[in-house]
Design a protein around this ligand. Structure first.
Ligand code: SF4
Ligand code: SF4
Length: 145
């Protein structure tokens, strides 16, 4: 009876022997990400209004918003990909995209700066005040003498 216990194992071994490996040789082959993978946060900085809601609702405090400087900074190694910032952003300019943060020996952050919008066109100069209507030239009356 003991030999029957090896049958499932033999089946698995034979199956793996004649099937493709389930792993890829990353980084030599491109990584394949699952459809709903939570990899990293990306920002469309041009749409950001520096409201700071994402920073206030980030559980590990990975986001810093500087309204005066127009910058949005994320500590990639502190982010836990919970997606909370993407849910609270009123402009919907944050997205969770596939792809992990590259490994590093030290923690580092990424800062994005909102492009400066071109200044509004100067208002039109005021139209010159209307000139009084020209008076017809007075011709001196000739002396009737
Ligand atoms: S995904 Fe979560 S942890 Fe990462 S920045 Fe957004 S709120 Fe913070
Ligand atoms: S919540 Fe959205 S709009 Fe507000 S600071 Fe964060 S990224 Fe910018």
């Amino acid at each position: 009876m003991e030999e029957w216990k090896f049958l499932p194992f033999a089946h698995t071994a034979l199956k793996n022997l004649f099937s493709k490996p389930v792993t890829t040789s990353y980084p030599f082959a491109p990584a394949k990400y699952p459809e709903r993978m939570r990899g990293h946060v990306e920002i469309d900085i041009e749409s950001c209004i520096s409201c700071g809601l994402c920073a206030r609702n980030c559980p590990p405090g990975a986001i810093t918003v500087d309204r005066a400087a127009g910058t949005w900074t994320i500590q990639r190694f502190d982010c836990v990909q919970c997606g909370n910032c993407t849910n609270v952003c009123p402009k919907k300019c944050l997205h969770i995209r596939p792809g992990y943060t590259e490994p590093d020996c030290q923690k580092h952050s990424e800062t994005f700066t909102r492009p400066v919008k071109p200044a509004a066109p100067a208002t039109k100069p005021a139209a010159p005040a209307a000139q009084p209507a020209a008076q017809p030239a007075q011709t001196p009356k000739s002396d009737p003498q």
